[in-house]
Design a protein around this ligand. Structure first.
Ligand code: FBP
Length: 274
């Protein structure tokens, strides 16, 4: 990694990246519970929250909406991605050149890397090209490091996730996004082996406020530098409230309990003023 390159999408060395590439990766099913979340404008508005250090979207959404938000949102160009309809061995098409992303105003790139896939070699070469193009333009590099493939039995186990974070370091990411490996010790090992690369936790499918904030608190205490989250934010009726709470846990070192207190007092204020 290049010292300081992560600062494109961190505040005080910490990251709260909002990911919104789900329309491609999972399809509209992710918008069914909160139909307003299908409208990119709704989620671009959420991304203007002060705590959000980068907003990860694919090219189509960026071209259509980012120009209206360029003063309020830090664009993280998710340059590869594949639909859920792809039934082959894990792979991710490079849909966006780094040059085009930079021209639009992106400050960092996001790249999914499936270590362990039969397509790992080609993906590593594609990552090399994107990483070097980003370096030429002083853009940050975030790797979505998700080991998976037919030979991999446990893609969220502790040793697999540590390998995932190490891959980000070895291949030149500034920030590596990994799935939560299920315990503080496993998360700490994943952070310990990542050198100077920052490790952030991937949000995963939607859980309760308490469960989610407690997991984020554990990950931060274990050495994570923040979070890259999608569904746990935009699948909530009031995503801003959760971002307020995440801000406390990630940037103010508060506990999940303290942050939940902020959420419940905001709720009682809203109820009182109704
Ligand atoms: P979530 O917080 O919703 O899990 O989003 C993080 C993310 O990496 C997205 O950027 C991506 O669309 C999705 O998860 C991919 O998840 P998976 O490959 O596990 O389905």
């Amino acid at each position: 990694m290049r010292p300081g390159a992560d600062s494109a999408v961190t505040h005080s060395g910490k990251a709260l990246i909002l990911a919104y590439d789900h329309g491609l990766e999972h399809g509209p099913v992710d918008f069914e519970d909160v139909p307003a979340s299908a409208d990119p404008e709704t989620v671009f508005d959420v991304a203007t929250h002060d705590a959000v250090t980068g907003f990860g979207v694919q090219k189509g959404l960026a071209e259509a909406y980012y120009p209206s938000y360029e003063n309020d949102v830090t664009l993280l160009a998710k340059v590869n991605g594949t639909s859920n309809m792809w039934m082959g061995e894990p792979d991710s098409a490079v849909n966006w050149s780094v040059e085009s992303a930079a021209d639009l105003g992106a400050e960092a790139i996001g790249f999914t890397f499936y270590g362990g896939s039969n397509n790992e070699v080609e993906m590593a070469e594609e990552f090399r090209d994107a990483q070097e193009a980003a370096r030429d333009r002083d853009m940050g590099v975030v790797m979505w490091s998700y080991p998976r493939g037919q030979g991999l039995k446990d893609d969220t186990g502790g040793s697999t996730i540590a390998y995932a974070s190490r891959l980000g370091f070895e291949l030149g990411a500034d920030i590596t996004k990994v799935k939560y490996p299920g315990s503080a010790d496993a998360m700490q090992w994943a952070c310990d082996v990542a050198g100077d690369t920052k490790v952030v936790m991937s949000g995963g499918s939607k859980t309760s406020d308490r469960e989610f904030l407690e997991t984020v608190e554990t990950a931060m205490s274990a050495g994570a530098s923040g979070l890259a989250v999608g569904r746990n934010v935009f699948q909530r009726e009031n995503p801003t409230e959760l971002l307020d709470a995440l801000e406390q846990v990630i940037f103010e070192d508060e506990t999940a309990d303290e942050a939940l207190g902020v959420m419940s007092s905001a709720e009682s204020h809203a109820t009182t003023s109704d």
